[in-house]
Design a binder for this molecule. Structure first.
Ligand SMILES: [Zn+2]
Length: 374
């Protein structure tokens, strides 16, 4: 369509640049006979990305990723032998629940629309191997049972590991060099997983980074009548400083015991420098029978998550760890940023990078915000 205006613009010497544009005539919106200088100058963009950002509704329409309440998994800490829930100083807003208050926390999570929780015990019955977690009457089994009683439709994920139950704080029994004994730990974790399944756990999530743990758990569950229970493997768990506040919360900091033990987990958790190795770890877990894979921590490892998304068809989870949560909380308390906006932006970043599920201490908060905004 060539109008008089278009013709006049096209013929004006100042607008000779229209030949740079394959469709030079299409961006002429002349009013009257006035020359429309800016519209046809090549100094201005033909493609304007801002066109789709001009209105709330328009932005809503073209948004690529969304955070749903169903995407969130809420980690909860449960301490035995205490009468009151205790706030965790390094994680503002997070508590060590009592076995009794756990029921309320789970019911609140369900009322907020959350579909899943993950439980961490704070044990008062620690020993060298973490045997309390393999006791059908121990804290691990009791807290799973309590949570299921409180909200039978809630998906209860059992973190399968020993660090919360060992007196030295490591993720399994130690060998004579003071390092975690891989194969003994794998035998124990298979047993612990069956105990968790018997107590009612809906998903087993081994977090110890022991070689062969997923295959051993799969086998143990299959031969004990739990072949329907899925495994969410902590596939790539990095030896990260961002777990600091969790160690406070769960009482499993290293270097506090009388044993002669390593004060880090670098012989089993991954080197933060290694991205290719994370894909090998994930591929092994998938081959061993994992139903879902997890990356931990979250924000500093978005590249690992995005890489893995391209390599596997399994559902992916990411764990936004205690240090990430604490950074946002303390920055907000200092007036440096808005907690709600920071939390929601970080959750969206996980979705964008390829996560299906997000474990976050902000799950209860986020569920409320998502509800109010829809
Ligand atoms: Zn552990």
């Amino acid at each position: 369509m060539k109008t008089k205006n278009a013709a006049s613009v096209m013929s004006a010497p100042a607008h000779d640049h229209t030949h740079d544009h394959p469709h030079g005539h299409s961006h002429v919106h002349g009013r009257g006979d006035a020359p429309v200088k800016a519209l046809s100058s090549s100094a201005y963009p033909h493609v304007r990305m801002r066109r789709l950002r001009g209105m709330d509704a328009l932005r809503d329409m073209v948004r690529e990723h969304h955070v749903r309440v169903e995407d969130l998994v809420y980690p909860l800490f449960v301490e035995e032998d205490v009468s009151e829930r205790l706030p965790i100083a390094s994680m503002p807003g997070v508590f060590r629940e009592t076995e009794k208050s756990l029921e309320i926390a789970v019911k609140n999570a369900a009322a907020a629309g959350l579909k899943s929780i993950m439980l961490f015990g704070v044990s008062h019955h620690k020993d060298h191997t973490g045997s309390d977690s393999c006791d059908p009457n121990g804290l691990l089994a009791r807290m799973i049972d309590r949570a299921k009683q409180a909200a039978p439709d809630m998906v209860v994920i059992a973190d399968a590991c020993f660090c919360e139950y060992t007196d030295h704080g490591h993720c399994g029994p130690l060998n004579d060099k003071g390092d975690v004994d891989n194969d003994r730990t794998v035998e124990n974790i298979a047993m612990q997983s069956v105990i968790a399944a018997e107590a009612g756990a809906d998903i087993i999530a081994p977090s110890g980074m022991m070689d062969g743990q997923v295959a051993a758990i799969r086998h143990a569950l299959d031969v004990t009548g739990f072949n329907h229970i899925p495994i969410m493997a902590y596939a790539a768990k990095f030896a990260s400083v961002f777990y600091g506040p969790f160690r406070d919360a769960a009482g499993c900091a290293l270097g506090k015991s009388t044993h002669k033990v390593r004060t880090d987990r670098k012989t089993y958790q991954m080197d933060p420098a290694n991205a290719r190795e994370a894909l090998r770890e994930a591929a092994l877990d998938e081959a061993e029978g994992a139903d879902m894979l997890m990356i931990k921590p979250g924000m500093p490892y978005l590249d690992v998550l995005a890489n893995l998304r391209r390599e596997t068809r399994l559902p992916l989870a990411v764990y936004q760890v205690s240090g990430e949560y604490a950074m946002m909380k303390f920055a907000a308390a200092a007036g440096a940023l808005n907690y709600e906006q920071a939390m929601m932006e970080s959750l969206l970043a996980f979705k964008r990078a390829g996560a299906d599920l997000i474990l976050t201490y902000g799950a209860q908060d986020a569920a409320g915000w998502i509800k109010n905004n829809t």
